[in-house]
Write a protein that binds this ligand. Sequence first.
Ligand SMILES: [Zn+2]
Length: 287
Amino acid sequence: MASMPYVLSQRELLQSKHALLRSTATEKAYRAYFASVAQYLALSESVPPRIALGDGDAGSAITLRLHESVLSKRKYLIGFVEDAWFAGTFPSYDAIASIVQNDSYYIPPLVLVPRRQMRFCTEMFRSILEHELVHVNQAIRGTLPFREPQAELDAAISTFFGVVRSEFDANLLQLARWPKFFPHERVPSLEFWCVLRGLAEALESAVTGAFCSAKMLTSLLSALRDAFDDGLAKCKVHGSLVNFFKRGLPHFVSTAVSNRIESQPALVKNASIEAAQQWLRSCSAKI
Ligand SMILES: [Zn+2]
């Protein structure tokens, strides 16, 4: 028997309305973005663009197209890349927002999509595309944190929660528009799911050194509990839920470490992964 579709509560609808306001680029920022897209498209007529994100990676030929977002009704740049390159570069993704900061050339924020998805055939894929477009909007608005190691602990904590919030909003907006993809029968609430997705993403980045050095990582993980309330304040999640995630932090860190090692076994020797494991051992020693 097919499961009943999920219906959002008034509170969840209001939360998603606020998430949309937070994640929508201002008119001025959008105009500047669109001007840079027009320039990039004009340039790509004479010099066919390639995109390379990794060191020494030859990159992938890219076909550019404008696409109107269902949520914001504005047009954004989409780049279709070779299937094999996409699968090798982003193994667990269907589509990904690409915000490249590079001094030698400029590429406007865009969503990269493997060519096999060129026709956006399934509703599930269209919902994923909108999720990624939320991140593009956050980048245009200037609220998408750059995952760069920070020298100061406070800056690393702030970047960590910036990632949690950006994922919370993107998941909430995706599922508020397509509630049928919310796995409500096995998850306590939509809010729970969106915090979980945000926390998992931020922790998987943290344990591989995205926010600070391996040396600082144990301090970052130890400081997270006290920073949770402020970090999630803008998302207005229930206090009881915040406490649940604070208490369960070692479990979520452990899951993040396992997930990263499972997808990239070589990470087992990574200094940040080792620091996270050391932090986990210190938590269990305290019990
Ligand atoms: Zn996301």
